[in-house]
Design a protein around this ligand. Structure first.
Ligand code: UD1
Ligand code: CA
Length: 448
């Protein structure tokens, strides 16, 4: 590819009425990341000189979310062609290539944008390259009218005649325009059509009138689907998840039942990570090499070091930092806590706002009582400590290295290094008491 520069204009001014949402459409997430950010992330991979997001007046939450990207306001939105012109200031004097991306078409990969750019820069020098696809149901998509291998024009479904409607090759909406002609061509677009809008798609006919030509490159339908409703949002999520599962398996991750594991856009997994069925990764998770995560875990905002074992049925919440070879077992919840190397909490525990020292053992049912109704307090458990089952550690509290806490204790003051602490009431025993109890009750039952 030559060293031509690239600009990206992301169209996001549409109302998105079919989402029936108070949240602007392009902020709806796929894999925990707003749709517009998926598009900006792909654009970032292209190292574009300029990136402009086109918004309508009043879309301040979107402007805030995309900062520091440049925002252009289209006031009022009068169609996709008009939308690109809202970014005219940023395109004035730009002689590279202009990518027009749609914020509601979030699954397009950087590789596809690159393919479009390459086609634009090919020797035959097309003024416009349009991204096409062949959907199962062409429905309301614009139709690409071809003449041999050149694009003659694009006709919107609403404006198409019967013959045009029968065309299977459709417009994905995205384009690359030669920046040297972009503003001139865009300014030639009118609004004499069924919707009375300035259609970006008309740029093709205009280029041809001016003795330039236009080309098409094709992408799979799954990549170019537009999101206009909640149902399409769910469909896009499913496609994204499928893609990411394949990606991780290619990178050396074992998924026992891939279709049941859900990732976030920022999930990081090392090699030889093994994940059981029904595991959900929320945002902010990184997992090092050789970790095993068994079935039914929910993990969010957590780091898991190499060799650790998690689950089944574990919940890691934000700030969980699981050390090398540590074990977090079933029905254990960890929040904002460092579990150091080789430590174990294998059954039925809540560990929050805490440190668990290396090789410490947390017995079944241990709870860090971190909250007093007003503030959160810290529990510090030393290396090699042993916390007996069903212990309540009332924070703030510290258990020293190598200390032992007897089962069922309620620990409210510091336990010294290598000490034993136990707070149980002494055990009473009545010899034969159980037998007496039974015979007395049995007699009463007969009488009653
Ligand atoms: C558009 C194409 C159609 C194509 C389809 C693919 C046109 C005229 N039609 O139709 O050929 O098959 O996409 O999905 O381009 N937007 C603005 N300002 C506006 C209008 C729209 O920024 O004034 C933005 C929207 O936020 C959206 C994108 O442009 O991100 C596409 O607009 P939309 O109205 O959804 O176009 P379609 O009718 O789907
Ligand atoms: Ca659309």
């Amino acid at each position: 590819m030559t060293a031509r520069k690239t600009a990206v204009v992301v169209l996001a001014a549409g109302k998105g009425t079919r989402m029936k949402s108070n949240l602007p459409k392009v902020l709806h997430p796929i894999a925990g990341r707003a749709m517009v950010h998926h598009v900006l992330a792909a654009a970032a991979e292209l190292a574009a000189e300029r990136t402009v997001v086109v918004l309508a007046p009043g879309m301040d939450p979107v402007a805030k979310a995309v900062a520091p990207a440049t925002v252009a306001i289209q006031d009022p939105p009068l169609g996709t062609g008009h939308a690109v012109l809202a970014a005219a200031d940023a395109l004035e004097g730009f002689d590279g290539d202009v990518i027009v991306a749609f914020a509601d078409t979030p699954l397009v990969t950087a590789a596809t944008y690159r393919m479009m750019l390459e086609r634009r820069r090919a020797d035959d020098n097309p003024a416009v390259v349009v991204l096409g696809f062949t959907p199962e149901d062409p429905g309301a998509y614009g139709r690409l009218v071809m003449k041999k291998d050149r694009l003659k024009r694009i006709v919107e479904a609403k404006d198409a005649d019967e013959e045009e409607l029968a065309i299977r090759l459709c417009n994905a909406g995205l384009m690359v325009i030669d920046g040297r002609h972009a503003l001139d061509l865009l300014r030639g677009i009118g609004n004499d059509n069924a919707k009375g809008e300035f259609y970006l798609t008309d740029i093709v006919g205009i280029a041809r009138e001016r003795d330039m030509h236009c080309a098409v490159v094709e992408a799979p339908e799954a990549e170019v689907m537009g999101v206009n409703s909640r149902s399409e949002l769910a469909k896009a999520e499913a496609i994204w998840q499928r893609r990411r599962r394949e990606h991780f398996m290619d990178e050396g991750v074992t998924l026992a039942d891939p279709d049941t594991v859900y990732f976030s856009a920022d999930t990081i997994l090392g090699r030889d990570v093994t994940i059981g069925p029904n595991v959900v990764f929320g945002p902010g998770v990184s997992v090092e090499d050789g970790v095993r995560i068994d079935a039914f875990c929910h993990i969010e905002g957590a780091h898991i070091a190499s060799g650790a074992r998690i689950g089944p049925f574990a919940r890691l919440r934000p700030g969980a930092d699981i050390g090398e070879d540590a074990h977090i077992g079933n029905f254990v919840e960890i929040k904002k806590a460092v579990i150091e190397k080789g430590a174990k909490a294998n059954h039925l525990s809540y560990i929050g706002d805490a440190r668990v020292g290396a090789q410490a053992n947390i017995g079944a049912g241990t709870i860090t009582c971190n909250y007093d109704g007003f503030a959160k307090h810290f529990t510090d458990i030393g290396a090699g400590a042993f916390i007996g089952s069903n212990t309540a550690l009332v924070a703030p509290v510290k258990v020293g290295d190598g200390a032992l806490v007897g089962a069922g204790s309620v620990i409210t003051s510091p336990v010294a290094e290598d000490a034993i602490a136990v707070t149980r009431a002494p055990q009473k025993q009545i010899p034969g008491g159980a037998a007496k109890f039974r015979s007395k009750n049995a007699k009463q039952k007969v009488k009653g």
